[in-house]
Write a protein that binds this ligand. Structure first.
Ligand code: FAD
Ligand code: AMP
Length: 477
């Protein structure tokens, strides 16, 4: 058994861990990164959930399915007539797999360039800053790594429901839903959060009749209410059947169908689907991470307890990404990775947790940063609000993408922007302008005084800023 020593050992090569490893290496540290992910062929594949079964493959399929839906539904309006169009799901999935492979191999190349030692296997933390590595599924230590500092970035996994156990060909988690070999005629999605909505959209655009069962009585409760209402209307128009206050009671597979029972305000309901996706959230991968006698504070929801600098209860051991508090988003984990690397190097880096952008990659997309209007009201913050509907945007009209709005919330006394909420095509890109403006502590007036190119969707951000002071040009104030 080998025993090697490093300045930093990172556990997990997802967007939190691989970014932390690269930043540590850039800062001159010797770095090892242990990751256990492997592809269908048993080959190590870096990038964690995000690259392998999360952000990237879902966006690849959203892109393909959007193209199909646009060709089928929008082309005739443009005078373009395709004689017959069909979906070859296998080719679509193969393209998605190529996109994933190119990116995961890209991370391997970055590791080589940065001289990061990659160790494929399962890591367990032992006292004395020792990381023991074993083969997946074995408890026998293959090698031991000694570290000055340890960064835990072990990520998260889908929450499983006993009432809907994964069943080959019938009941899938989010990873399984990226591998369908054909378009199911009917598809049930349990959970109408970001992941359920994105995966439901993929298969709905390809022709499935999709029903989303959501236990809560509010749709997207963390979004601004006006935005979630606009998104709900738009999704309904596209044929997504979103049922709120619908709590799953049971599932059973009979005669090649998944029989689902759920409870809503009227009582127990039954519905049959060809396939079901369970998308009810994710849980931190904090089990099987600690060897005997290793004591690290874990909270009641199994997240590793950290302070705002991602320091755990043990000195020189840090935790970042989905395994700690905060939104389970790739960019949040990456920023934490950079902060921790720089702090180990003696710098004073921080993460501004108030400026994390949230995105749901549906059509239109939903994106926001900062506080919603109802959160401002609850906190007693006096605000001015400016809104601009996409119907009034020339570019949105030219694109045929007039669903949605941009909403800017500014402090009534200081005019400082507190929140920006968008439901629009390309909202994921538009929200970056808001993050930058808020990062620079801009006022609504600052954005209003900025010149935006015409015709762009970004002009809607400008008009919403003008609307904060009732001087938008292309709408009645
Ligand atoms: P992970 O990406 O989960 O990586 C953790 C890594 O650690 C894995 O490779 C795992 O195998 C490894 N590991 C765990 N335990 C051990 C161990 N003991 N030893 C060795 N290795 C270990 N986020 C966004 O920001 N934007 C999106 O558009 C988006 N879309 C998503 C779509 C889907 C379908 C899903 C499922 C998720 C999506 N997410 C998205 C969430 C995003 O994927 C996660 O927030 C992100 O991957 C978390 O990064 P991480 O590095 O903390 O953990
Ligand atoms: P997210 O946490 O954003 O990934 O979203 C998961 C969604 O699943 C949340 O909106 C939950 O309310 C919802 N959910 C969780 N459990 C159930 C359940 N048993 N039935 C229906 N929806 C559920």
């Amino acid at each position: 058994m080998s025993n090697k020593k490093f300045d930093v050992v990172v556990i997990g090569a997802g967007p939190a861990g691989y970014v932390a490893a690269i930043r540590c290496a850039q800062l001159g540290m010797t770095v090892a990164c242990v990751d256990e992910w492997q592809d269908h062929n048993g080959v190590a594949s870096l990038g964690g959930t995000c690259l392998n079964v999360g952000c990237i493959p879902s966006k690849a399929l959203l892109e393909s399915s959007h193209m199909y839906a646009a060709t089928a539904s929008d082309f005739p309006e443009h005078g373009i007539h395709a004689r017959s169009i069909s979906v070859d799901v296998k080719t679509m999935i193969a393209r998605k797999d190529r996109v994933v492979a190119e990116l995961t191999q890209g991370i391997s190349a970055l590791f080589q360039t940065n001289k990061i030692t990659l160790v494929h296997g399962h890591a367990r933390l032992s006292p004395g800053k020792i990381v023991k590595v074993s083969e997946r599924g074995s408890s026998e230590t293959r090698e031991s790594l000694e570290a000055e500092n340890i960064i835990i970035a072990a990520g998260s996994s889908p929450v499983r429901l006993d009432r809907a156990p994964l069943t080959d060909g019938y009941i899938f988690d989010s990873a399984g839903a990226l591998e369908f070999e054909s378009v199911p005629k009917t598809l049930g999605v349990i959970g109408a959060g970001a992941i359920g909505l994105e995966l439901g959209s993929v298969w709905s655009r390809l022709g499935s009749e999709v029903v989303l069962l959501e236990a809560m009585d509010t749709f997207l409760p963390s979004a601004d209410k006006q935005i979630s209402r606009a998104a709900f209307r738009s999704y309904k128009k596209q044929g997504l059947d979103i049922r709120l206050s619908a709590r799953l009671l049971s599932t059973s597979v009979k005669q090649k169908k998944v029989h689902v029972t759920y409870e809503d305000t009227r009582g127990a309901q039954q519905i049959k689907f060809d396939r079901v996706i369970v998308a009810v959230g994710r849980k931190p991968n904090s089990d099987y991470l600690f060897g005997d006698e290793m004591e690290l504070e874990i909270d009641e929801r199994e997240f590793i307890h950290v302070n705002k600098y991602c320091e755990t209860s043990v000195p020189c051991i840090y935790a970042i990404g989905d395994i700690v508090r905060g939104p389970m988003l790739a960019h949040k984990g990456s920023e934490e990775g950079i902060m921790v690397a720089e702090r180990i190097a003696g710098q004073k880096s921080t993460v501004n947790y108030d400026l994390i952008p949230y995105v749901i990659y549906t059509h239109p997309e939903v994106a926001w940063v900062g506080k919603s209007e109802h959160a401002c009201h609850s906190a007693g913050i006096p605000v001015n609000v400016g809104m601009f509907p996409l119907t009034a945007s020339g570019r949105a009209r030219a694109m045929g993408a007039t669903d949605g709005l941009v909403k800017i919330i500014a402090h009534q006394e200081t005019d400082r922007i507190i929140g920006v909420h968008i439901c629009a095509a390309q909202a994921s890109e538009l929200v970056a302008q808001a993050v930058m403006a808020m990062g620079m502590e801009a006022s609504a007036e600052d954005v209003a005084l900025t010149m935006f190119a015409h015709p762009t969707l970004s002009e809607s951000v400008h008009e919403a800023a003008l609307a904060v002071h009732n001087r938008a040009i292309h709408i009645k104030n």
